[in-house]
Design a protein around this ligand. Structure first.
Ligand code: SF4
Length: 304
């Protein structure tokens, strides 16, 4: 039997249930949309992307990492070490490297996905590695290893490349060690050194060239046995460069006119060198590339 509810009780129940209405939000101020079609988003994003890149940690880093220590040019390393800052003449966002960064994020996600599929951590992903602990007064060499395949004791480093670079890697008549840029090769071995120092057995290093094309199948890879002596060479040169530029060497802080005496290896590396500038000898404002080889030799003789 249902108990009867009076009209007064029902009205009180409804009053209790009534939800206090939220005061209406202030209407957003109306934006006055300019007349006519919108300005170019491509143009607007150009500036946004350039400033985004400049704000990223990698752009601000002053310590040298494995990607920089393999350059054939010791002077480039020296200029980075002393912190020479050249204003980029090109104001465009570094579009190709930015795509490469985005691709690294995708591959990182893919490897974590693979580890989850396998139910174990076959892949060591984006680990911070200490390649060398440094010397008194000299920073340690650290870097982020893209990936390490524990099943095959293999360092994996991603490169995001166009068809020309892919063609270079796929050449059949060139010795394996000459198929890739020396700086890439050295970088891979430096990561190998970092993984070895982290306690891993390292057998191979591999560069994976992901195709900047519509088809993943265009991708290629390069592999060689891990050779610690290659990494050791790069580490030794790093410390030697410190000595060369410091107060017991050329003392470049006090003698900027001695910059031409820092050995340079002009070539392909000049095309992307942030210190390259036209004209004049090398000094604290930049380097002209290969025009000062003669003065190099003379100066090195003077200070030997
Ligand atoms: S411009 Fe060329 S030679 Fe000069 S520091 Fe850069 S890579 Fe070396």
């Amino acid at each position: 039997m249902t108990a009867a509810v009076s009209d007064a009780e029902l009205a009180a129940l409804i009053a209790d249930l009534r939800i206090t209405p939220t005061p209406a939000a202030e209407p957003a101020p109306r934006v006055t949309v300019p007349a006519g079609p919108p300005p170019s988003t491509v143009e607007e994003m150009r500036e946004v992307l350039a400033t985004l890149d400049a704000s990223r940690a990698r752009s601000k880093q002053t310590r040298l990492g494995p990607s920089e220590l393999g350059t054939p040019c010791q002077r480039q390393i020296a200029m980075k070490l002393v912190g020479i800052v050249r204003q980029p003449e090109d104001k465009r966002p570094p579009w190709a490297p930015m795509q490469g960064t985005a691709m690294h994020t995708l591959m990182e996600e893919a490897l974590h996905h693979h580890n989850r599929q396998l139910g174990r951590d076959r892949w060591v992903v984006e680990e911070t590695l200490t390649v060398d602990p440094g010397l008194p007064g000299v920073d340690p060499i650290t870097g982020h290893g893209d990936a390490f395949d524990t099943d095959y004791a293999t360092v994996v480093d991603w490169k995001y490349t166009g068809v020309t670079a892919l063609r270079q890697v796929k050449r059949k008549t060139v010795p394996n060690e000459q198929l890739v840029k020396p700086e890439y090769r050295v970088q891979a071995h430096l990561y190998g050194r970092g993984h070895e120092r982290a306690g891993r057995d390292v057998r191979y290093v591999r560069l994976v060239f992901l195709a900047r094309s519509h088809d993943y199948s265009d991708s290629a890879e390069w592999t060689e046995e891990y050779r610690p002596e290659i990494a050791d060479w790069a580490v030794d040169r790093y410390y030697a460069t410190h000595d060369l530029i410091g107060p017991y060497g050329l003392d470049l802080a006090a003698n900027p006119d001695r910059w031409p005496a820092v050995p340079a290896t002009p070539g392909k590396a000049c095309d992307w060198c942030p210190f390259r500038r036209v004209g004049g000898p090398a000094d604290a404002t930049g380097c002209p590339g290969d025009t000062d080889q003669k003065i190099n030799t003379q100066l090195r003789g003077l200070i030997a």
